[in-house]
Design a protein around this ligand. Structure first.
Ligand code: NAI
Ligand code: 15L
Length: 269
């Protein structure tokens, strides 16, 4: 099966950690990969275009979106912090992106949501996509907004979105919590590919995780996407246990799925 489902694909947040990890991988999904970020990050290679844009700038976002058939949206504030930048990038910026998609006829978006939409569930809870949001931070609230905004644009305008509640996507798990939340870069690419190629995506929420032995999330509501993880955090388990100490179970950081996000801040405006 070809995974080249779109002629021109836009990747936002291209200068960030996941953007860099996906830059080469996503070229298999399109003829031309348009890369965007607020920050400059070098020159375009073969099969690439670079278009810088601040998500808060509606005009720049419109130009960025024009001419693509699908979007992988990673751009934005990726951790808890002051509300001002979160508001600009993750709330106003997301509105600008969906308005541009509507105006330019883009019909499918993969939105990098986050496990922090549901970070205030306990680590002994197993939740699926029907569980009500319980954001653990203003950052998590902004991702919950993104999930609602994208649902509105699907119901009203038919723009399909996969809200991928990414767990922890790094080269390897950094602590014991991430053994449950780990998503390898290759599995992230498999997941995005599934979102871009499944015949009917609709508006879907899927937890972005590898095939980890310990998990808090159940993806049964997203079977239609056809994502099958092939990696697992289990190969890192012994090393993570050896370099970390047992969690203090009276600490909220160890009780809730969101880990340190449940106590981060307040940061003010
Ligand atoms: P990152 O912080 O490394 O990259 C985010 C990129 O967005 C940066 O290059 C930044 O310059 C850009 N950006 C920020 N504000 C912007 C604005 N106003 N306009 C345009 N660009 C802007 O984050 P990372 O780890 O690459 O994550 C990518 C996405 O995935 C983020 O949306 C994050 O919330 C989400 N995510 C990542 C997880 C992970 O484990 N890496 C877990 C859950 C969600
Ligand atoms: C996220 O949403 C962040 O973007 C990422 O930096 C990690 O902190 C991740 O969640 C996590 O929960 O480990």
């Amino acid at each position: 099966m070809t995974i080249k489902a779109h002629q021109k694909l836009l990747l936002t947040g291209a200068a960030g950690g996941l953007g860099q990890a996906l830059r080469e991988r996503l070229k298999a999904n399109c003829e031309v990969l348009r890369l965007s970020d607020r920050l400059a990050f070098g020159v375009a290679a073969a099969q690439e275009e670079i278009m810088l844009a601040d998500l808060a700038d509606a005009q720049a976002v419109s130009v960025m979106v024009q001419g693509v058939q699908a979007i992988v949206h990673l751009g934005g504030v990726s951790v808890e912090g002051p509300f001002g930048p979160i508001l600009q990038a993750n709330i106003l910026g997301l509105y600008n992106l969906y308005e541009a998609a509507r105006l330019h006829g883009v019909k499918r978006i993969v939105f990098a949501s986050s496990n922090h939409v549901t970070g205030f569930y306990h680590q002994c809870d197993t939740i699926d996509a029907t569980a009500p949001a319980r954001p653990d931070s203003l950052y998590g609230v902004s991702k919950a907004f993104g999930e609602d905004l994208s649902r509105f644009y699907f119901d009203r305008y038919g723009i399909e979105t996969a809200c991928v509640r990414i767990g922890s996507s790094f080269p390897e798990p950094r602590d014991r919590r991430m053994l449950a939340t780990y998503l390898s870069f290759d599995d992230l690419h498999r997941l995005i590919t599934a979102c871009l190629t499944t015949p009917v995506l609709g508006h879907s929420i899927i937890f972005g995780m590898s095939d980890n032995a310990v998990t808090w999330w159940d993806n049964r509501c997203a079977k239609h996407i056809g994502y099958v993880p092939q990696d697992s955090s289990d190969v890192f388990r012994d090393a993570v246990y050896a370099r970390t100490s047992a969690p203090d179970l009276s600490d909220p950081v160890a009780q809730f799925q969101g880990g340190g996000f449940v106590v981060a801040g307040p940061f003010g405006a």
